[in-house]
Design a binder for this molecule. Structure first.
Ligand SMILES: Cc1ncc(COP(=O)(O)O)c(C=O)c1O
Length: 392
């Protein structure tokens, strides 16, 4: 690893292959993957439909510039727009790039409306990526520290606080958009009140702002709907996707509708790789598999079952502060910092994650079977119990 920049704290394990919810390391040990490469492999590993689409396309045409027509990309855009009721799509290679597109779109839209310094409202504890614009939008000083000067043009409010948004509306006439995650993932699986997005939609309508949702982590079925905002029956003006969109093939997307749909025009934005034939086919196959196997309902069922199981196990355990979830975004908040739980999980054959210091985060695949659900609940319960007793 000497020649790889040390941007990650890596665990001393490497994986050779995966099969469904299982992933295997170089010694042959098997782990239940309840992290999915951080919300990426929602269909599990080595999904036959996705693998076949990649193989087919790789043997035909992997890449073609966006200077030409790309039918596979067009087909994917049509499908995503059908699922989301959005109207146009820009394809990127990652979540941060999808968000860059959204931020640029909002700024350009602001300039077109005569604002020379347009402002986007963002929230505390948010995470939008690590490029300069997206880390400036991110509400976490750890992500920003050392990279100043940050981009200007963001106003920050507490997540879930609608009144704070109203105050900004009163005091700042340069606001052009509000940009939020429907559920904060990196921020600790923070689920706002059911009315939150509806209220933001109302304010955005009243003030003529764009409502932009970052569904990079919450999208593609993870919360039991194609996109988490659909639980609210509202439509955003802009939505970003990545992670689960290609089940591991790098692809992101910025979708827009209505007044935002035609803002980006030739020459205003672009990407060499974005939406090439290979990634577009992989994403289309991912969507088809979610549809064919009715995985949205399955995500809801699995999430409810896991959460009920954990809630039962930790009934009366005061060190477990909260167990919350929407579909398969699950957070178990403890009363103490709990990073070592990840290592205990590894030992026990379980891939999990800790975020926001005290929150054990599960992002399991949408294809877990009953036995795997049981394994996950019982192994995780033991690991948390062990951690709590050793860290007293
Ligand atoms: C909500 C959200 N937005 C954006 C990103 C950044 O995505 P990427 O790492 O693909 O750039 C992430 C990654 O964790 C995320 O959770």
């Amino acid at each position: 690893m000497r020649n790889v920049m040390k941007t990650y704290g890596r665990k001393p394990v490497a994986f050779t292959h995966g099969e469904g919810a299982w992933i295997f390391d170089t010694s042959g040990k098997r782990y239940l993957d309840a992290l999915c490469g951080i919300a990426v492999t929602g269909l599990g590993h080595n999904h036959p439909r996705v693998t076949k689409a990649i193989q087919d396309q790789a043997s035909t045409l992997i890449h073609c510039s966006n200077l030409y027509q790309i039918p596979e990309q067009e087909a994917l855009a049509v499908k995503l727009c059908q699922l989301s009721k959005m109207e146009t799509v820009f394809f990127s290679n990652s979540g941060a790039e999808a968000n860059e597109a959204a931020i640029k779109l909002a700024r350009l839209y602001g300039h077109q409306k005569g604002l020379s310094e347009p402002v986007i409202i963002v929230t505390e504890q948010s995470f939008h990526g690590r490029t300069m614009a997206t880390l400036s939008a991110t509400g976490n000083r750890k992500v920003q520290a050392g990279f100043e000067p940050l981009l200007s043009g963001f106003a920050r409010v507490p997540f879930g606080d609608v009144e704070a948004v109203r105050q900004v509306a009163l005091n700042n006439k340069n606001v052009i958009a509000i940009f939020v995650e429907p559920i904060q993932g990196e921020g600790g699986v923070q689920i706002p009140s059911p009315q939150y997005l509806n209220e933001l939609r109302q304010i955005a309508d009243k003030e003529d702002w764009l409502m932009m949702v970052d569904e990079v982590q919450t999208g593609m079925g993870r919360t039991g709907a194609w996109f988490a905002h659909q639980h609210n029956e509202i439509l955003p003006d802009v939505m970003t996707l990545a992670k689960g969109l290609g089940n591991g093939i790098p692809i992101g997307a910025c979708l827009a509708r209505g007044k935002a749909a035609e803002t980006l025009t030739p020459g205003t934005h672009g990407s060499t790789f974005g939406g090439n034939p290979l990634v577009s086919r992989a994403a289309m196959a991912t969507i088809e598999a979610i549809e064919l196997d009715a995985l949205l309902d399955r995500a809801t069922f699995i999430g409810d079952t896991i959460t009920q199981g954990l809630t039962k196990r930790f009934d009366g355990v005061t060190s477990v502060i909260d167990i919350r979830h929407k579909g398969l975004m699950i957070g178990i908040e403890l009363d103490r910092a709990c990073a070592p739980i990840v290592d205990l999980g590894l030992e026990a054959g379980l891939l999990i994650n800790v975020t926001a210091d005290k929150v054990v985060r599960l992002l399991p695949p949408l294809i877990l079977d009953e036995k795997q659900i049981e394994f996950l609940v019982s192994t995780l319960s033991s690991v948390i119990t062990q951690f709590l007793s050793e860290s007293k």
